[in-house]
Design a protein around this ligand. Sequence first.
Ligand code: ADP
Length: 356
Amino acid sequence: MDIGRTLPPDVTADLLDELVASKARFDALLGVAADGIAHIDATGSVARWNVAAEAISGIAAERALGSRLDAIVPEGWTSIRSVPLDGLPHLVRWSFGPAGRAPVRAQVVAIVRASGIDGWLVSFAPQQRFDEIEQLKNELIGSISHELKTPLATIKAYVETLRDNSLTPEMAREYLDVMGDQADRLARAIDDLLLVSRVEAGQLLKRRETVPLDDVLDAALRSIAFDESAHPLHRETAGIMISGDPDLLCDALAQVLENAAKFSPSGHQIDVRGESREGRCVVSIADRGIGIADEHLPYIFDRFYRVDRALASASDGSGLGLFIASALARAHGGTIDVRSEPGAGSTFTLSLPVRA
Ligand code: ADP
């Protein structure tokens, strides 16, 4: 269509401006996309190759543009021509580099116009990224099943025993206590998993208040049913204020306190100290337990990381506690650090900004 002849000149100019602007927006979008994006024209030559495509394939745009697709992706041309012309994305596997050592997962859409095929748009990302997601998903499912099945199995076994009427009332009460504890453990595991999904979705902080550290600490101790007869607690926290979402701060402290108790022998003291330092609230939780060897320290805040899997699987826990605590610290603009010595104990330090 000859726009100039059918529309008034000012409308034509506006339309051209709009076209130039939308092309600029489109180019900017291609530039920032995390996935590699390629446009292959109807003859099989590369017409566009964005920055991510360069990074993922290791092939510079200068080399890619104008090249035949087959020259840079073995079987590339065959793969896209086998894609149905339905305008929908179809999965194909491409690989780059010597001996196809950099496999990618590509989605191809055929661009079809009334006049015929007008090329293909391909977006691609390293296969490794999908493998990692898959592995994470499997780990998550394994860990969730373990976390949920263990207390459930205990509850079920106790229900069966309670059905047996030969139990004395004292024994029955004892059994009910165990079942109650296991139900609490189940509820905590579910809360942790929900918290992890909020962490992943980036929806953490809903409110921010400045409250006494003592209040948050008390709530944290209550939430994990901290047993002071097993671990005497020494606290220097009076008068210190902390800022953030009190429920989430409570969760963060609870995760660290629970570990302090779990990984130190009964009778060993746990120290909690709060300090106001340069507009920050610094809380340290020190135990005198088994400690953590240097080689593990960089990983303990990772999802599912547990130092000694044999020992860890005997104790409850999913390897999510410190991941949650560090995500909560970051969501509050703070940090969490650890110092530890095997056999002597560990000190976790939370440092959070305090808003007046
Ligand atoms: P878990 O559910 O296993 O406790 P965490 O993420 O809370 O998971 O902790 C990860 C691992 O870090 C634990 O399995 C343990 O090996 C180690 N760890 C955490 N806190 C302590 C501590 N206070 N003392 C010794 N080891 C600890």
